[in-house]
Design a binder for this molecule. Structure first.
Ligand SMILES: C[S@@+](CC[C@H](N)C(=O)[O-])C[C@H]1O[C@@H](n2cnc3c(N)ncnc32)[C@H](O)[C@@H]1O
Length: 311
């Protein structure tokens, strides 16, 4: 058979067409290779897509796990802090009954001489039923934080009318609401406190809060912003001619890049209150803001940011 040329079909069959010398095969071979070359990137694209989706999914899972671990650690820290507070001077754990009595005494003292915080509930017309229920929940959390504080505030809920939906939601959703050690009134705060003592806290104020004073009354706008309505509390304060201030987020925090590119300095009333409590306890805005601003707001305290960069 040596020297003889095989018919085309047989040649292809024997050596897979790769070692043919027959020039007529070159276009076929070229076609064959081109098909391969064209198919390759499509396959690679798919693989790359699947691969990057996998990487993104893993990244998201990892971020979720980091967040979950962070909040677990925070809860654990708070639990330990609370346990250590619930001990007498000899380190003996106090019973629930004793703790309850101590809490009650602290709250009653606060009503005599504590720092004053008032939630202005005059703006419920701006809110949906769902937002009003959420506000009732935030009032419960705010009261819960005050109960845990070593130095609680004297809390006022103003313009809370007994026949309002908010009042009904507070009674329905908040165990023991009718026995809360706070002042509930349908009066406006404007008639209760001298306006020169009032500081209306609002995210839209230009001046930052520097300290929390005993002779001032701090007002929070009882608003839940699902359908964000800008500057409502700011406008109300301006109309009534009282001072406005915001939390010093710009002064102590910076934006941290996040996948959603979301940044907000608007907090719920219970979150603002927890920051005030933490500041009163530590006298340190960095600590208070770091513990009180949820990571989802997109801000991180400057010192944390620089330590992350330095790592
Ligand atoms: C959910 S916010 C309402 C925001 C709303 N758009 C407004 O008009 O104020 C509820 C209240 O929490 C307080 N608050 C929220 N974020 C604040 C911030 N960064 N500084 C000061 N007060 C804040 C304000 O009293 C505000 O009225």
């Amino acid at each position: 058979m040596e020297g003889e040329t095989l018919p085309l079909q047989e040649q292809r069959c024997c050596d897979d067409g790769l070692s043919q010398t027959n020039e007529s095969l070159i276009p076929d071979l070229y076609d064959f290779l081109r098909i391969d070359v064209e198919l390759e990137p499509v396959g690679n694209d798919r693989e790359e897509n699947a691969c990057s989706k996998n990487v993104m999914r893993k990244q998201r899972n990892w971020e979720r796990r980091v967040e979950a671990n962070k909040s677990k650690r925070k809860e654990e820290k708070q639990r330990k802090k609370l346990n250590s507070r619930n001990k007498d001077i000899n380190g003996t754990q106090l019973s629930k009954r004793v703790m309850k009595a101590i809490t009650k005494e602290r709250l009653e003292d606060a009503r005599e001489a504590g720092l004053v915080l008032c939630v202005d509930l005059s703006m419920t017309d701006h809110m949906s039923h769902k937002e009003i229920s959420r506000l009732a929940g935030q009032i419960r959390r705010l009261y819960g934080s005050n109960k845990k504080a070593l130095q609680p505030f004297h809390i006022f809920l103003t313009e809370l009318k007994r026949d309002s939906l908010l009042y009904k939601e507070c009674v329905r959703m908040n165990d023991g609401f009718l026995n809360y050690l706070i002042d509930v009134t349908d009066e406006t705060w404007f008639h209760l406190f001298p306006s020169e003592d009032v500081i209306y806290l609002t995210p839209d104020a230009s001046k930052a809060l520097e300290r929390v004073d005993e002779d001032k009354v701090y007002i929070l706008g009882g608003l839940v912003d699902e359908s964000i309505q800008k500057k409502i509390s700011y406008k109300r304060a301006k109309e009534l001619g009282v001072r406005t201030m915001r939390l010093p987020i710009d002064e102590y925090m910076v934006k941290k890049s996040n996948p959603k590119n979301f940044y907000s300095k608007i907090l719920a009333i219970n979150q603002v209150f927890e920051i005030l409590l933490a500041f009163c306890e530590t006298k340190d805005w960095t600590t208070a803001l770091a513990s009180g601003i949820p990571p989802g707001k997109g801000y991180v305290v400057t010192s944390l940011m620089s330590s992350e960069v330095g790592q």
